[in-house]
Design a protein around this ligand. Structure first.
Ligand code: SAM
Length: 257
């Protein structure tokens, strides 16, 4: 039987309005606890460390509310930005179309603060309009999503119901000479990914521990060669005094064949 994301309870978590606000704050709010803005830091590091042959088409997959998509639009002619959550995509489109979005962040208990994002402070509208936001499933992409110079998958891989399916299908959608960039804290959870589909974080049948970097390298061989590997920290604010402080691993893979 073919699996779909709707069979995975985890993916539904991203639809709640609380999470849309949390991600709007994460992507567009001020730095928290002295840690730089994560989507912007990823794209800055990517542009500084990856030698791109072409900058025509790129795909931001699992884009959430779109900050990395807008950052990529500063460097690419066209950005396809896709997420499974319609709440996230609607918020990104609202920001693109009207230039502003209001949201509330929890401070303590039932108290909240009102916040507003202005896209104008980040980039010009003609650059923002290079992004096409749409809902979709990373494990079941439309045929026309291909011929990319870069695919950026930010903190997506350990949230997919079948990550290997995504990796198999994405290879043919990246031009030879193009790049696949994956960031992830490798927090595998059964709520999102059945354990038999985890790329790492388990002991194999021979009793050997398999970490996710090893699993990813195996899954991407022989089409991709590792270009660079780096830790990038991020902070997601939950309330005025509670935060998730996490370290993602950034890996860039060059499609060699
Ligand atoms: C941990 S968030 C990361 C979001 C963003 N890239 C970032 O780094 O802030 C994971 C994202 O993947 C999306 N997602 C989960 N499963 C997906 C699927 N099958 N297809 C597309 N997006 C998916 C979620 O809706 C969510 O936006």
């Amino acid at each position: 039987m073919k699996e779909t994301a709707s069979q995975t309870p985890g993916s539904a978590l991203y639809e709640t309005s609380g999470l849309v606000s949390q991600y709007l704050g994460f992507h567009y709010g001020p730095p928290v606890l002295g840690i730089q803005n994560f989507p912007a830091a990823c794209i800055d590091f990517l542009m500084a460390s990856v030698k791109l042959q072409h900058r025509n088409r790129c795909l931001d997959i699992g884009c959430a509310v779109g900050r990395s998509s807008f950052e990529l639009a500063k460097h690419f002619q066209h950005v396809d930005a896709l997420d499974y959550s319609s709440g996230f995509i609607e918020a990104a489109k609202r920001l693109q179309q009207s230039g502003t979005v209001q949201y509330e962040i929890p401070t303590e208990g039932r108290l909240t603060n009102d916040c507003q994002i202005s896209l104008e402070s980040l980039l010009d509208s003609d650059i923002a309009n290079r992004v096409t936001f749409q809902t979709g499933d990373a494990c079941n992409l439309a045929d026309e999503m291909h011929n990319y110079d870069l695919v950026f998958a930010g903190n997506l891989i350990d949230r997919l119901y079948q990550p290997q399916l995504f990796l198999n299908s994405i290879t043919q959608r990246i031009r030879v000479g193009g790049w696949l960039v994956i960031t992830s804290p490798y927090t595998w959870l059964e709520d999102y990914t059945p354990p038999n589909y985890w790329l790492g974080g388990y002991v194999d049948s021979a009793g050997i521990p398999v970490d996710t970097f090893t699993g990813l390298s195996r899954a991407l061989h022989p089409h991709f060669k590792l270009g660079c590997r780096e830790d990038i920290p991020f902070v997601i604010r939950e309330t005025g005094r509670k935060h998730q402080h996490t370290i993602a691993e950034f890996t860039a893979w060059h499609r060699a064949e």
